[in-house]
Design a protein around this ligand. Structure first.
Ligand SMILES: Cc1cc2nc3c(=O)[nH]c(=O)nc-3n(C[C@H](O)[C@H](O)[C@H](O)COP(=O)(O)OP(=O)(O)OC[C@H]3O[C@@H](n4cnc5c(N)ncnc54)[C@H](O)[C@@H]3O)c2cc1C
Length: 206
């Protein structure tokens, strides 16, 4: 990726309206929108050490980027800008500050072919009992990170299927007795559970 900020115009955006999933995110009659675009870390790097009081230049840049993103979104949602009641612009430094990310990355390791699938960090490490999960393993985002946790939990518990870890779809609670969990070849396995199938191991060791 070119190490430069968008020049005047933002070419691509990802837009999500979080209040469509959870209306409680905003007061009645309002929605929350998140707009994402790709920016490199380097243009922000000089300000990395000044979280408490970043200088005006940083805030000016944020506002310019915010204006450009809203202008881009208005191609799909005319009038968006004049209907905003509040806006906040985040940068890679914001992600670092709130999420302890590496150089502002939203999705863990760079999603380039050399770091994907079998080349990403494996869930089951070479140290017995030590697992890695999250956006830098199986896949990124909420779903990817959560699924990597399910793979690890399935391995630790010696279960065959991910579904065995999920709550029943009727919302009832499933209680598993601790005494049903017995150590078995390094993993803890419910007495009633079959060992994992070989193909299920692929994602763990990718
Ligand atoms: C602004 C933003 C919006 C996003 N929106 C979406 C979205 O709409 N949908 C989607 O699917 N994904 C979204 N993502 C991506 C998604 O949030 C991540 O891919 C996902 O949360 C990664 O989960 P994780 O468990 O790997 O890491 P994280 O959720 O980042 O958890 C890592 C945790 O480790 C802690 N930590 C880091 N270093 C240390 C340390 N040295 N010691 C102790 N603790 C440490 C951090 O504080 C953090 O709590 C978004 C990301 C960002 C930044």
């Amino acid at each position: 990726m070119e190490h430069a900020l968008p020049h005047g115009i933002v070419e691509g955006l990802f837009l999500t309206v979080t209040t469509l999933k959870d209306p409680g995110h905003a007061p009645n009659g309002h929605h929350t929108l998140e707009l994402f675009t790709f920016v490199p870390y380097e243009p922000f790097e000089d300000w990395a050490g000044h979280a408490a009081a970043r200088p005006a230049g940083y805030h000016d840049l944020k506002e310019r980027l915010g204006d450009a993103m809203i202008a881009a979104a208005e191609r799909m949602i005319p009038g968006l800008g004049k209907n905003l009641t509040f806006r906040a612009v985040g940068t890679p430094l914001t992600n670092d500050f709130y999420c302890e990310t590496h150089r502002g990355a939203s999705y863990g390791t760079a999603k380039i072919p050399a770091l994907l699938g079998p080349f990403s960090f494996p869930i089951r490490s070479s140290v017995p009992g030590l697992y890695s999960v999250g956006a830098s393993t199986l896949s990124h985002g909420v779903a990817g990170a959560a699924t990597s946790g399910l793979f690890a939990a399935r391995d630790i518990l010696g279960l065959r299927r991910i579904e065995d870890l999920l709550a029943p779809s009727d919302g009832s609670l499933q209680v598993v007795l601790a005494s049903d969990l017995a150590p078995a070849s390094g993993a803890r396995r419910p007495a009633h559970a079959a060992p994992p199938e070989d193909d299920a191991d692929d994602a763990l060791a990718s």
